[in-house]
Design a protein around this ligand. Structure first.
Ligand SMILES: [Zn+2]
Ligand SMILES: [Zn+2]
Length: 238
């Protein structure tokens, strides 16, 4: 069976680039989505309803709106919709955020609900729907991983050359992989990360001993950035 889906074709194109192909695929999907919104539907009624429900896009995707050259007017229209929604919904959201505990006698349960783990940000009120671009991106991640696994034989060696998946996408893929797919993925990941650790070692060794004159390989030169991308994703995630 030949797979002609757009996601498969994009995956084929992206896996030849360095870095996690699922990151590239999903980032590309979100960018296309935002671009379409700016060009076509910033005044659309559905868009208006969606922005009201989510009160605009998340921090990352709203900033991305400003990255499209010449589209600041459309970005302003989107942000205006979001701001007016925030103003309109403020009393309702404040009520939800400041709602008293359901029962003062169930202290332990109440504390569990209201207390976050150390350093964890309190979640947004349930009345604010998730960022629509994040949803688009998450859907593409899920689809991308499914198609990636279905074509694992074809994609294994380009993935090795690309430097494997990032940790979040590796774990996401492992969750849906069969036992044999899991073994292949583990193998690839262990190989590329062992090599990356070697590059980091080379970088550290040459910096520590002030071997500045010694040539350093291109891989080692970027080993710190590559490690950060490998452990957290190609783009700062959500
Ligand atoms: Zn990734
Ligand atoms: Zn978002």
């Amino acid at each position: 069976m030949r797979d002609k889906t757009a996601t498969y074709q994009r995956l084929q194109a992206m896996i030849v680039e360095k870095g996690c192909p699922i990151c590239h695929l999903s980032q590309d999907a979100a960018t296309t989505y935002l671009d379409t919104i700016l060009w076509e539907s910033s005044t659309d009624l559905n868009m208006h309803q969606m922005l009201t429900a989510s009160i605009g896009f998340c921090g990352r995707h709203s900033r991305e709106l400003l990255a499209f050259g010449g589209q600041r007017l459309a970005a302003a229209v989107v942000e205006r919709s979001s701001l007016l929604a925030a103003i309109r919904r403020l009393p309702e959201l404040a009520a939800e955020a400041g709602a008293p505990p359901p029962s003062q006698f169930r202290l332990w349960q109440v504390r569990r609900q209201n207390q976050n783990l150390d350093g964890e940000r309190p979640a947004l009120p349930a009345g604010i729907k998730p960022c629509p671009a994040c949803i688009r991106q998450a859907n593409e991640e899920t689809r991308g991983i499914k198609i990636f696994l279905a074509h694992l034989e074809e994609f294994s060696s380009p993935l090795l050359a690309a430097g494997g998946l990032c940790l979040p996408h590796f774990l996401q893929a492992i969750r849906t992989a069969s036992a044999s797919e899991r073994e292949i993925l583990m193998n690839i990941q262990q190989n590329v990360w062992a090599e990356l650790a070697g590059d980091l070692d080379e970088f550290i060794r040459k910096q520590m001993h002030h071997h500045h004159g010694e040539p350093i390989s291109e891989e080692a030169r970027h080993a710190v950035e590559r490690t950060i991308r490998g452990l957290t994703g190609e783009f700062p995630v959500r």
